[in-house]
Design a protein around this ligand. Structure first.
Ligand code: F6R
Length: 269
C-alpha cells in the first residue's frame, strides 16, 4: 500500500487527476470505477477542467459506479446517477451508454448485483478504481462486517452511514436505508486502486485502513491485500497515522526513483 500525504485537498485532487489522466491517455478505452460523495469532487473538477483546457477526452472510456441507493429513481436529486451526471458526466465527452450505475429501482434489486458483475466482466474488468472511505471504514457501501469476498449486492446501511448522509435529504424526505454496492472482492479485482480521503473526520478510518489489522470491521483494511493501491490523503486525514513520517520518507525515495528511471508502471492493463 502506497500512502501519499498532501498539504491540502487541492494538491491531492491534482495528483489524483494526474493519475487518472495518465491512465486514460495511455489507454483511451480504459474502464474506470467511480465513487460519489464529497471526496472525489475535487478530482472531478480537475478532470472537467483538463477536458476543457486541453481536450482530455473520455470518449472511449467506460465507467462503473460503485453504488446506488435502492428505492429512489435515477432522476431523483439525491440518486448517485444524478450526482455523476451533474458533477462529471454532463461536463465531459463521455458516451452516456458507457456510464454504468447500478439500478436502484429494479423490480428485483437482488438481480442487479450478478448482472452488474457480468457487465464489468464483459467490459474486461476495471483498470482503475477510485474510492472514498466512510467514517466507519466502509468502501462503496460495504459496511463493517461485510464479507471480504463479497461481490455486487444489496446492503443495509449502518445507522452511522444513514446519519452521515442525512445532510443530503430533507428532514421529512424518504432516505434510503438500502443500497446496491460493488462488493469488496469486486473492488479488489480492479487492477489499480486510488483511495482518496481528506479531513479530520476520516483520520480514524484511515488509520484503521492502513495500520489496523485486516478485518471485516474495517472493510477498507481489505485494501492491504491489493497489490497496487495508492492512498491519497491530506494532513488532517493522516493525523492519526503512527508511521506518518515513514510514508513521507517513502514518498521522497519514490520521487528520487521516478526522477531517475521514470517508471510508468502504475498504469493498469
Ligand atoms: C460513494 C461511496 C462511499 C463514499 C464514502 C465517503 O460512492 O461509495 O463509500 O466514498 O461514504 O463519502 P464522502 O466522500 O461523502 O465522505
Amino acid at each position: 500500500m502506497e500512502v501519499l500525504i498532501f498539504p491540502d485537498s487541492l494538491s491531492l485532487a491534482r495528483k489524483s487527476a494526474d493519475l487518472v489522466e495518465s491512465q486514460i491517455k495511455k489507454y483511451p478505452d480504459s474502464v474506470i470505477g467511480l465513487a460519489t460523495g464529497s471526496t472525489p469532487l475535487g478530482l472531478y473538477r480537475e478532470l472537467i477542467q483538463r477536458h476543457n483546457s486541453h481536450g482530455l477526452s473520455f470518449s472511449g472510456v467506460t465507467t462503473f459506479n460503485l453504488d446506488e441507493y435502492v428505492g429512489i429513481p435515477a432522476d431523483h436529486a439525491q440518486s448517485y446517477r444524478t450526482f455523476m451526471d451533474d458533477n462529471l458526466f454532463n461536463k465531459i465527452d463521455i458516451e452516456e451508454s458507457n456510464t454504468q450505475v447500478p439500478d436502484g429501482m429494479a423490480e428485483n434489486p437482488l438481480e442487479v448485483g450478478p448482472a452488474y458483475e457480468k457487465e464489468i466482466e464483459r467490459a474486461g474488468g476495471i483498470d482503475l478504481q477510485v474510492l472514498g472511505v466512510g467514517t466507519d471504514g466502509h468502501i462503496g457501501f460495504n459496511e463493517p462486517t461485510s464479507s471480504l469476498g463479497s461481490i455486487t449486492r444489496v446492503k443495509t446501511l449502518t445507522q452511522q452511514t444513514i446519519e452521515d448522509n442525512s445532510r443530503f435529504f430533507e428532514p421529512d424526505e424518504f432516505q434510503p436505508k438500502l443500497a446496491i454496492t460493488m462488493g469488496i472482492k469486486t473492488i479488489l479485482d480492479a487492477r489499480r486502486i486510488l483511495l482518496l480521503a481528506h479531513g479530520e473526520t476520516k483520520a480514524k478510518a484511515v488509520r484503521n485502513m492502513v495500520e489496523g489489522p485486516l478485518s471485516a470491521m474495517c472493510p477498507a483494511s481489505a485494501l492491504q491485500l491489493h497489490e497496487r493501491t495508492t492512498i491519497l490523503i491530506d494532513e488532517q486525514a493522516a493525523s492519526k497515522l503512527t508511521l506518518k513520517g515513514y510514508y513521507k520518507f517513502v514518498g521522497e525515495m519514490q520521487d528520487d526513483l521516478v526522477r531517475k528511471h521514470r517508471p510508468s508502471d502504475w498504469i493498469s492493463r
